[in-house]
Design a protein around this ligand. Structure first.
Ligand SMILES: [Zn+2]
Length: 330
């Protein structure tokens, strides 16, 4: 039995495995520029963030109907369950779909078909977090928030993702203020490729409660001290960092140093179909390659539930935390 954990940094579009991509393409009459799943799998060996994003957006063309989004989410939840995920806070990128003529309703209701029955089907509680693409305009983000208004009972929070450099958090001040006024929780990617200042800005200008990635905080001791003092969770994605060359190799990953510094880190899979592993695979990788002890792994799992947006169900959080404490590594 794997260690129970929450996954807090997971882009549902990044869970599209080549097999499902071809299945959905056939169902929707979409022609993919790859001969078969093997050739597509090779394309998953991209060079950097931009080449990954190009493929990521290209493959989204196969997602057309509510059922497609339901199938995508169900495939993720089944894999996550097998790796010990008990609670998942799932990102989605509506702008990438709206731009292709797929409506907000299709995306949200489709995902909800899977998420609404996830506890019964997969034993995983879920929340949905709507991300804005930071390389799109601030106005587009505001329009996206407006389009989501009828579905806010399905959406817990907002996030900020895609190409980071050159798109500082301050660009999205207005939409984050509007999201806060609607009672939405706030997170943002910061300090993955972008500088430590983006982390500070995400906290101070956007009011985020969690920082996604956040690795580059390690370049600024005063920022580390603040993140520790304020117990700001960081959703670290080790295998993603290696694949996108944020770190050279997994052995160079700063996670052990981050934990030693007292940072509240969690371990997540980001875009698991593309980055070589789901949540449990990331735990296994940091255990084997970085030599993290069982106490550290338990700390990471504990942090994942403490950092999750389960304030509406503290009883559930307590139950998950008890599972973590009772876990026997053997
Ligand atoms: Zn991400």
């Amino acid at each position: 039995m794997p260690l129970p954990k929450a996954e807090l940094h997971l882009h549902v579009e990044g869970t599209l495995e080549p097999e499902l991509a071809f299945e959905l393409a056939a169902r929707n009459g979409v022609t993919l520029p790859y001969a078969d799943t093997e050739e597509l799998r090779k394309a998953y060996e991209f060079e950097d963030l931009q080449s990954f994003l190009n493929l990521y957006y290209e493959l989204m063309a196969v997602l057309r109907t509510e059922q497609d989004f339901a199938d995508l989410a169900n495939a993720y939840l089944a894999r996550a369950a097998a790796q010990g995920v008990r609670h998942a806070e799932i990102f989605f990128d509506p702008q990438a779909h709206l731009a292709r003529g797929v409506s907000m309703g299709t995306v949200v209701e489709g995902l909800w078909r899977a998420l609404g029955s996830s506890e019964e089907n997969h034993g995983i509680s879920t929340k949905l977090i709507m991300c804005f693409l930071r390389d799109e305009s601030a106005e587009s983000a505001l329009e996206t928030l407006r389009a989501a208004t009828p579905y806010l009972d399905r959406i817990t929070g907002v996030g900020l993702d895609s190409a980071e450099v050159g798109h500082p958090p301050v660009k999205f001040r207005e939409v984050y203020e509007a999201a806060a006024a609607l009672g939405l929780r706030r997170v943002a990617h910061a300090g993955e490729e972008g500088p430590p200042e983006y982390i500070t800005e995400a906290l101070d200008v956007l009011g985020v409660e969690r920082v996604d990635h956040g690795l580059r905080c390690m370049e600024d001791p005063a920022l580390v001290e603040r993140l520790v003092r304020e117990r700001i969770p960081l959703t670290v994605c080790p295998l993603s960092n290696v694949r996108l060359r944020t770190v050279d190799t997994l052995a160079d990953h700063p996670l052990p140093a981050m934990l030693d510094a007292g940072l509240m880190c969690t371990v997540n899979s980001d875009d698991p179909a593309y980055f070589g592993g789901y949540a449990g695979d990331n735990f296994t990788a940091v255990h084997r390659t970085l030599g993290l002890s069982e106490d550290r792994l338990r700390e990471l799992a504990r942090n994942s539930f403490l950092a999750s947006f389960l304030e509406d169900d503290e009883e559930r959080r307590a139950r998950y935390l008890a599972e973590v404490e009772a876990y026997d590594f053997l």
